[in-house]
Design a protein around this ligand. Structure first.
Ligand code: DHB
Length: 390
């Protein structure tokens, strides 16, 4: 009796294991590594919400496989990202690595993607060099040279002669500073001060005081997503707006996630960026409405579209390979892919695996009582200028 029970139990266990095995083959895992806590948590929150919305709207199946999302919090620290990526590849056998809220976390993971031959979708980080660090990297976010070039040209053409730059002192900030400097000085503009603030615990006040003392026509700012509120507050407290100094930059500083709480000081800020929640298209209106409905009224920002389009890439690549998870086949399927995102038409450059997208000139305005980045001009299908110059 006891033996029979035992035998039955073992049989059930074997059946369960076999079932588990079969299930595992029909499931494709996507490891989404993001800063879910710490100073860059808004990036993680936005991307996770967008990825989950994409899956809710498109169903959990792609290429005949069930998609399983595994979200991990790296707190924005590169060593943690690297360890999590290793665990996801070795233990969870993920077919995709995705996320990467900050440039150092993407750079730290690139060798793992190469070694494991696992596609790595960069949904947030924006330093130009990232896609060159592994043939398995594909980017759905943006690059800082891409988002800086239009506002630099705008500044030169709209009567600004003297501009101080203020950037966060890491990859994307240095890319932004370099692109702005090249374009603006070539057009005859001058840059009396180039200020760099630390990534961790920045105090903008002393830098803004130095900027004010130089009496420029404008202050060019790049800070990572989420940090714009502190800049804007200090910009007003130090009286830069009252002194008639314009605020310009790539659109990270007027991030849609926090823009509405900045108050009147943000009005008139001129930025160039690939995404605005106010972008006028049917796709974007549907996206903003569904995102808000699923997330307590939260407004999607430029990080959210990176997550949304990154999931689109996963789904479409699997559809193209018929569910095959060979890394080279998946990256091959992604190259040259084109679609209409909530941000507008986009594609993956087959040469660089980087995103080609429209970049829009915008001005902060009050619309129906809320602050928005209102688009007023379009630079079409911009490739990363950080690469095309080489
Ligand atoms: C990066 C991070 C940001 O939050 C941002 O707005 C732009 C770039 C980055 O680390 O690359």
């Amino acid at each position: 009796m006891l033996r029979r029970l035992f035998a039955g139990g073992a049989g059930t266990l074997v059946a369960a294991l076999m079932c588990g095995g079969a299930f595992a083959q029909d499931t494709v895992k996507v490891g989404l590594i993001l800063p879910m806590t710490g100073p860059f948590a808004s990036t993680g929150r936005q991307i996770e919400a967008a990825a989950k919305l994409y899956m809710a709207q498109h169903g959990a199946m792609a290429g005949g496989k069930k998609i399983e999302l595994i979200v991990k919090d790296d707190t924005g620290v590169a060593d943690v990202t690297k360890r999590l990526a290793q665990e996801l590849v070795v233990n969870d056998k993920v077919a995709f690595l995705a996320g990467f809220g900050l440039t150092p976390t993407a750079l730290a993971t690139a060798p793992i993607a190469t070694e494991a031959k696992v596609p790595m979708i960069v949904m947030a980080a924006g330093t130009s060099i990232i896609t060159e660090r592994s043939p398995f990297i594909v980017r759905t976010s943006f690059t800082l040279p891409q988002n800086t070039l239009p506002v630099a040209e705008w500044a030169a053409k709209n009567g600004l002669k003297k501009v101080v730059t203020l950037v966060t002192d890491f990859g994307p900030g240095l890319d932004a500073e370099k692109t702005f400097t090249e374009v603006f000085t070539k057009a005859g503009g001058s840059i009396p001060e180039k200020l760099r603030v630390p990534l961790r615990n920045p105090d903008f006040a002393p830098f803004l005081q130095r900027a004010a003392d130089a009496k420029p026509d404008a202050l060019f700012v790049f800070v990572p997503s989420g940090a714009g509120s502190a800049v804007m507050k200090q910009f007003a407290e130090r009286g830069l707006n009252k002194a008639g100094i314009k605020l310009i930059g790539p659109g990270d500083v007027t991030d849609d996630d926090i823009l509405n709480d900045m108050g009147d000081v943000a009005l008139g800020t001129i930025t160039s960026m690939h995404y605005s929640a106010a972008h006028k298209s049917a796709e974007n209106q549907a996206f903003v409405a569904a995102f808000g409905k699923a997330n307590n009224g939260m407004r999607p920002n430029f990080m959210a579209v990176g997550g949304w389009d990154g999931m689109h890439l996963v789904y479409q690549a699997l559809a193209k390979t018929g569910g095959k998870t060979d890394g080279e086949a998946l990256v091959g399927a992604m190259k040259g892919m084109k679609w209409v995102s909530p941000r507008g038409p986009i594609s993956i450059d087959p040469e660089t695996r980087d995103i080609i997208q429209n970049v829009y000139m915008r001005k902060v305005e009050r619309v129906d009582g809320q602050l928005y980045n209102v688009e007023f001009a379009t630079f079409e299908a911009v490739k990363d200028p950080g690469k095309t110059k080489k």
